[in-house]
Structure formats: C-alpha cells, structure tokens
Design a protein around this ligand. Sequence first.
Ligand code: FES
Length: 159
Amino acid sequence: MDLPAAGQERVSRRRLLGAGILAAGLAMASSLLALAGRFLLQFTGREPRRQWVDLGVLASFPDGATTARLYSAPGDGETPPRPRRVYVVRRGLQVTVFDPTCTHLGCLSHWQDPAQVFFCPCHGSAFDPEGRVIAGPAPRPLEQLRAEIRGGHLYVLGA
Ligand code: FES
C-alpha cells in the first residue's frame, strides 16, 4: 500500500478546505438569490391582490342580522373576475365582514340562522357569529375582511 508523502497530504487538505469554503459560499449565494426572488415576486402581481369593493348601501344590511352578499372579485389580468361570497354581520354601525372559507381545508361555510352559527358541511366545523371556532377540526377563526363605511356604502377589501 502506498502512503502519500507529507507534502501531498497537505495539498489535499488545502483542496478539501477550499472545496468546503466554495460549497459554503455557493449555499450562501443560493440563499440570497432565493430571498431576492421572493422579494421581487411581490412586484409581479402573482400574490393575490386585494381591492376595495362596494358591497352596497349600508341600509341594505339589516341591523342585528347576518347577511350573505355576492360580489364580483376583480380579475388581475391573468385571472378573470369571479363571484365571491362574504357574510356581513351588522350590529348598529359596527359591521364585520367574514370570508366564509373554512380554515380547515377550504370548503365554504354557510350561515345557519336558527342556530346562529357558520357551519361547514365538509367535516362539521362551526363558527360563532364572531367567527370563532366552536366545533370541528377548523384550527382558526374565519377570516375577517377589512371593511369601511364611506358615503353610506359598505366597502370591503376583497381578494
Ligand atoms: S373544510 Fe370545513 S370542516 Fe373541513
């Protein structure tokens, strides 16, 4: 068996150290590129953009009730406009708008007026009128959408 000469072993260690430094540098560079890519993606419009949508005059939402409302979510150039449903819970001038998408696996929940709950038929999750989980596998409350009353109309920041 041939043993490497002392000088040859030193060169091989240097090469190994150099290769390690090169690999670490490449890993850092690829991480930086991934971060830069994620930063630039926000300007490409691939993330769902939200726009203010007029849901109608505030008077069309009965006080003390939970009302379903359909609107046409604006397209973004790549996707066409599509119908969306939200629920408006009105208590006087306090208005809360819920996205009824169940936080379990994304089925649509429906308001059940007699029971005063949002119910998801897929796996039985239920949410109270404030959107909190009261039954089922849903891990989080229903999403509340940003809403504003302007000029007597209810606007929602919808996706
Ligand atoms: S998707 Fe609603 S309970 Fe599973």
